[in-house]
Design a protein around this ligand. Structure first.
Ligand code: NAP
Length: 260
């Protein structure tokens, strides 16, 4: 999908991959709506978007609240009408231990990674079904979505839930005749963002935020169903899916610290 002169929503755009993607898309005369909780950071990114020649609308809020997703989508419709692209990027993945995590911690991870996506997906799909020109919802998933990974149990479970939900929605869009709506899942490998820099989780083949943004734009352009990057991590993950489970376990545990 062409990404110039478009109305584009990016959630979680105050920092990291979301902010870098917004800044990259700002070079193409777009109308960018960006969301997150940290107002000053969000306004800073909005300023960078305007300086690069696009329109920016910054909306602060907590994506774990259903009302936030609804209000953002309503405001975009009121201001710009149709929505062309939505990149649902909100997510967190602090180290976690399935043997010691409390139910509250696990629920919070699901809210931040799964419901933060659902709260936008539902009002977006309602609107997009009424639109006629091609449009797209892309979800920022992870390569930690196909199998359990030590230190990331709650996170991998939440991302896997979102992936399977979108796989089903894609089939149902086709079944019910909404062929103009594309759904994409984005699977970055390790990206050097402030959120993960000192989290103690091993990060082989790590790329920069700007490199990640470049891959995100490429995926939008090619309308990929799954945008998996960078190549080195993509092939390691593909291998992980087919090797015997005991070998996968051995490899993953060899990278896992003893205490967390
Ligand atoms: N970095 C990696 O290695 C990596 C790898 C694979 C996938 N990912 C995924 O990429 C996405 C971005 O991660 P990142 O590394 O760029 O981290 P980041 O810089 O912390 O970005 C997360 C964004 O989400 C926002 N956010 C978090 N919780 C929110 C909430 N409850 N409501 C509204 N906004 C919220 C944050 O803004 P506020 O704090 O201002 O609200 C921030 O803008 C996540 O979905 C992550 O799972 C990252």
């Amino acid at each position: 999908m062409n990404y110039s002169d478009k109305t584009i929503l990016i959630t979680g755009a105050s920092s990291g991959i979301g902010a870098a993607t917004a800044i990259e898309l700002a070079r193409f005369n777009n109308r960018l709506i960006i969301t997150a909780r940290r107002e000053s950071l969000l306004e800073k990114i909005a300023g960078e978007i305007r300086a690069a020649g696009s329109e920016a609308l910054a909306i602060c809020g907590d994506a774990t609240l259903e009302s936030h997703g609804k209000e953002v989508v309503q405001q975009i419709i009121k201001t710009y009408g149709d929505i062309d692209i939505a990149i649902l990027n909100v997510g967190i993945g602090p180290p976690s231990n399935t043997l010691t995590a409390s139910p509250d911690k696990i629920k919070f991870c699901l809210e931040a990674n799964y419901y933060s996506f659902v709260h936008f997906f539902c009002p977006l799909i309602d609107r997009m079904k009424q639109q006629s020109r091609p449009c797209m919802i892309a979800h920022m998933n992870s390569q930690a979505t196909w199998f359990g990974i030590p230190m990331q149990g709650d996170y991998t479970a939440a991302k896997a839930a979102a992936r399977i939900f979108l796989d089903t929605a894609r089939m149902e869009l086709r079944h019910f005749g909404y062929r103009h709506i594309r759904l994409q899942t984005i699977h970055p490998g390790f990206v050097d963002t402030e959120a993960v820099r000192d989290d103690g989780i091993p990060a082989p083949n790590e790329i920069s935020e700007q490199e990640a943004a470049g891959y995100v734009l490429k995926g939008l352009k090619k309308e990929m169903r799954e945008n998996i990057f960078p190549p080195a991590t993509k092939w390691a993950t593909k291998l992980g899916k087919i090797i015997p489970h005991r070998i996968l376990t051995k490899i993953l545990l060899s990278q896992t610290p003893k205490a967390y």
